[in-house]
Ligand binder design. Structure first.
Ligand SMILES: O=C(O)C(=O)C[C@]1(C(=O)O)C=C[C@@H](O)C=C1
Length: 262
């Protein structure tokens, strides 16, 4: 979302936030399609497999190395000053351009679930999304991984804005305050859950993955689509069911639990 040019009240309108979540579905599906064209390429995820330019004792994986380098340059152009962007690595350098004046929408918080996103991505998504084996495209693989991880992270941390919008609803606020004071996580989760929205999301996601995963060939008289899909649709739906929605809710709950702190 463009927090600078948009009106601050738009940033916490639940319908507008949900539109952003819908748009991010496209970003995530296309990022997964891009990653799925390469093999699993285990070497990208094995610690100490490569010699890095600054051999300063770094013995992480090739992906960790690449991600930390990408995040350093993104930090310099102030990516992580945006209230919807959260880095996976650190410490990061200061921006080389002056800070922007973001409207203060969220209560101050340090919530960052990127470790959980990384774990799910590496343990569940990559092995089921990609063909087994090694095609040596390590640079392309890591580049696509970073795009998938960044899109997932942005989507999931949007939960903070969604939680703020829900908290500000005058009809719901007394209940939220009561549950937050009682530290009643179960009641908070029930209050913020909207099963109909989740069901509609999963249906839409399946259809999008089916459509975006096809090639379209045009001949003079009609449009033809291929039967062979570029992505396993079930995996996209499962990613949302088992990771994206639960982690978004976790972010929402964490945010609300700290909402009344000074
Ligand atoms: O749209 C909302 O109300 C959200 O809180 C987001 C979200 C989601 O992750 O998509 C999470 C919880 C709700 O049950 C519905 C959807």
């Amino acid at each position: 979302m463009n927090f600078i040019s948009g009106k601050p009240e738009d940033s916490i309108s639940l319908p507008k936030l949900r539109n952003t979540l819908i748009r991010l579905e496209d970003t995530i599906i296309f990022a997964l399609i891009e990653r799925a064209q390469f093999s699993v390429n285990d070497n990208v995820y094995k610690p100490g497999m490569y010699k890095y330019e600054q051999s300063n004792g770094f013995d992480g994986t090739f992906l960790e190395y690449f991600l930390s380098e990408v995040e350093k340059v993104h930090a310099k152009v102030r990516r992580y000053q945006s209230p919807d962007e959260y880095p996976f690595t650190g410490p990061l350098p200061e921006p080389i351009i002056p800070p922007l004046n973001y409207p203060q929408i969220l209560k101050h918080n340090n919530i960052n679930v990127n470790d959980k996103i990384m774990k799910f991505y590496l343990e569940d998504i990559v092995p089921s999304l990609c063909m087994p084996g090694d095609d040596q495209n390590y640079g392309s693989t890591a580049t696509r991984d970073v795009e998938c991880l960044q899109a997932l992270s942005q989507r999931i941390h949007y939960g903070k804005f969604v939680a703020e919008a829900k908290f500000l609803d005058p009809k719901l606020q007394p209940k939220y305050i009561e549950y937050i004071k009682n530290r009643d996580v179960g009641a908070i989760e029930e209050l913020l859950t909207d099963k109909l929205v989740e069901e509609a999301l999963l249906k839409r996601l399946r259809r999008k993955a089916l459509i975006y995963g096809q090639d379209i060939e045009e001949n003079l008289n009609n449009l033809q689509t291929t039967k062979q899909l570029k992505i396993n649709v079930d995996i996209v739906v499962e990613l949302y069911e088992k990771c994206v929605i639960p982690l978004t809710k976790e972010v929402e709950i964490e945010y609300l639990l700290a909402r009344l702190d000074e």
